[in-house]
Design a protein around this ligand. Structure first.
Ligand code: DCP
Ligand code: CA
Length: 399
């Protein structure tokens, strides 16, 4: 019998928890992470990126305009965001997961699937492993995580949400239907407000009811609906990280001679990030997942990928993520013969509502995008090497 070997980990009130960890006077208090002006005052028309669980008790939630959240919870403290700290905390969390999980697929800044298939002999009890991971995160990162364990990704994801915050929910293989059927349909990833309304009109409120509705009745919805019933039954045929229609763009470079010169390799990575991002910008597209590939002198090739918080076409953001991935992949000593960067989960910029919803740092990003587009224009007119970033200067001569 298959065992429940998927773990889904989701950090609790992520940005707010990191803020509370950074500033212990905020611990136990209702806080909203929002935008602040340079004087540290909250921007009244801003939006809450997230709310601490203490603030959620009053009805405040992520995506809510700050003024509205403050009306519900006047004692809420609004704090500005520290994006670099969130990236640091998430990296620590996922390296703790990697102490145990053979495979990990990060799907957003604070969520990942851990694949423990084939580990029965080393880890007979995954609930114990999940407890250890949670404890180590608490001790070393100072925040809490919720984990779901199940036989498929979709059920593991629903399970991680089941007892939030600081939850641990184990769905033994064979128990998927029992677990899912009383849950409201909204719990199923992919069912948004509109679809929920549609099903409510049909009298379908729970996942159990969804599995019983005649197929014909919901066929017209979209390609997704065909899978809904299977999903509601706990059968997982959707890969979260590689959604249907996902395209990818990649560039790689084989070095003239093998190199372990970190500066040189990072400069190459920067150039590749520029190429990938310029192609995205040119096509008016954005991507959410970044992958780095390295090849050793013996041709052994390894790669690692991670999703960004939101889709991007900024060289800077693609490069920064690829630098993190390179450090995790490479020991810094073994000579390499190739590096590559790929991006996937590519979508049109105009459809990129996530980017539009971007709550923090958007002014900075907009300025950055303008600058990078200007560089694209100059390169198109005056040639690829007309503008060279600081760490690339001298490379052409040395290698
Ligand atoms: N985030 C954001 N804008 C959004 C949604 C989320 O900036 N529209 C950020 C803030 C969150 C983080 O991403 O802290 C993770 O998002 P989640 O949806 O997982 O929400 P939380 O981690 O805040 O809460 P939960 O405990 O419900 O997972
Ligand atoms: Ca979360």
């Amino acid at each position: 019998m298959t065992r429940s070997s998927w773990l889904h980990i989701d950090l609790d009130a992520f940005f707010a928890s990191v803020e509370q960890k950074l500033n212990p006077t905020l611990k136990g208090k209702p806080i909203l992470v929002g935008r602040v002006d340079p004087q540290g005052r909250s921007v009244p028309r801003g939006v809450a990126a997230t709310a601490s669980y203490e603030a959620r008790k009053f009805g405040a939630k992520s995506g809510m305009p700050l003024f509205q959240a403050l009306k519900l919870c006047p004692t809420c403290i609004v704090v500005g965001g520290h994006y670099e700290e969130y990236i640091k905390a998430a990296s620590k969390v996922f390296s703790i997961c990697l102490r145990y999980a053979p495979k990990i697929e990060q799907t957003s800044i604070d969520e990942a699937f851990l694949d423990f298939s084939g580990t029965e002999w080393i880890y007979p009890n995954l609930v114990d492993i999940a407890r250890k991971i949670k404890q180590e995160i608490k001790k070393e990162v100072g925040i809490t995580a919720s984990i779901g364990i199940a036989s498929s990704r979709v059920v593991a994801k629903i399970a991680s949400d089941y007892q939030k915050p600081d939850g641990l929910t184990y769905v033994p293989a064979g128990q998927e239907k029992n677990f899912l059927s009383p849950l409201p349909i909204r719990e199923l990833p992919g069912i948004g407000v509109k679809m929920e309304e549609y099903f409510h009109q049909l009298g379908i409120k729970t996942l159990g009811q969804l599995t019983r509705v005649p197929c014909k009745k919901i066929q017209g919805l979209s390609w997704f609906s065909a899978n809904l019933q299977q999903l509601a039954n706990g059968v997982d045929n959707i890969r979260f990280a590689q959604r249907v229609g996902a395209k990818s763009i990649s560039h790689s470079e084989t070095f003239a001679k093998n190199s372990k010169d970190q500066k040189f390799i990072l400069a190459k990575l920067q150039r590749l990030a520029e190429k990938v991002a310029a192609r995205l910008r040119k096509g008016g597209r954005c991507a959410q997942c970044v992958r780095v590939t390295i090849r050793y002198s013996d041709f052994k090739t390894v790669s690692r990928q991670r999703a960004l918080l939101y889709s991007t076409n900024l060289t800077k953001e693609i490069y920064e993520m690829s630098e993190v991935l390179l450090t995790e992949l490479w020991d810094g000593r073994t000579p390499l013969r190739l590096v590559g960067i790929g991006v996937s989960d590519v979508k049109m910029d105009s459809h990129n509502s996530e980017a539009k919803q971007l709550l923090l740092f958007d002014e900075k990003r907009e300025k950055r995008l303008e600058l990078e587009k200007r560089i694209d224009g100059l390169r198109e007119r005056f040639g690829e090497n007309s503008i060279i970033t600081a760490n690339l200067v001298g490379l052409a001569k040395n290698h």
